[in-house]
Write a protein that binds this ligand. Structure first.
Ligand SMILES: Cc1cc2nc3c(=O)[nH]c(=O)nc-3n(C[C@H](O)[C@H](O)[C@H](O)COP(=O)(O)O)c2cc1C
Length: 129
């Protein structure tokens, strides 16, 4: 079982409805590909976590990299894992509160248990943006 986390920059003009389209595709196709994970979006950047068989992540990433709805993908985490951290999430859109003061507390309850390094990256993304 494998996990990746990447960040990227959304294309100009991408709306919440556009993000909802991405999530709908992921919810439809990820079960077929045995993939689970979550997506964060701060109106400018994405952070996505994907977990599942390594080859399935690889083939999805080839499509995601050429997707024109974002660019500038930077891989932050690429690690073997013993088990999934969010087996029930085909692709959960974790919505960030606009109130920065509440985000830390919200993340405490909304994030699944990841490796310490992965948790730090997700928290930094959510709290710095
Ligand atoms: C930020 C972002 C995250 C995405 N996440 C997924 C995902 O988890 N699963 C998925 O099937 N497609 C995801 N997509 C969509 C894929 O890039 C691609 O459009 C989709 O797999 C359909 O590919 P196709 O048009 O080659 O059939 C994502 C796209 C973006 C921009």
């Amino acid at each position: 079982m494998h996990r990746i986390i990447y960040i990227s920059t959304a294309a100009d003009g991408l709306t919440d409805a556009g993000v909802a389209d991405i999530v709908a595709t992921a919810e439809r196709d990820n079960p077929i590909n045995q993939l689970t994970g979550f997506l964060l979006y701060n109106q400018r950047n994405f952070l996505q976590m994907l977990e599942g068989p390594r080859d399935r992540i690889g083939s999805l990433m080839r499509r995601i990299i050429s997707d024109e709805r974002h660019h500038g993908i930077v891989m932050m985490v690429d690690e073997e894992i013993a088990a999934r951290s969010c087996a029930d999430w085909q692709m959960r859109w974790i919505r960030l509160s606009l109130d920065m003061g509440r985000r830390s507390e919200e993340l405490q309850t909304s994030l699944p248990v990841l490796s310490p390094g992965a948790t730090q990256i997700v928290r930094n993304f959510a709290l710095l943006n």
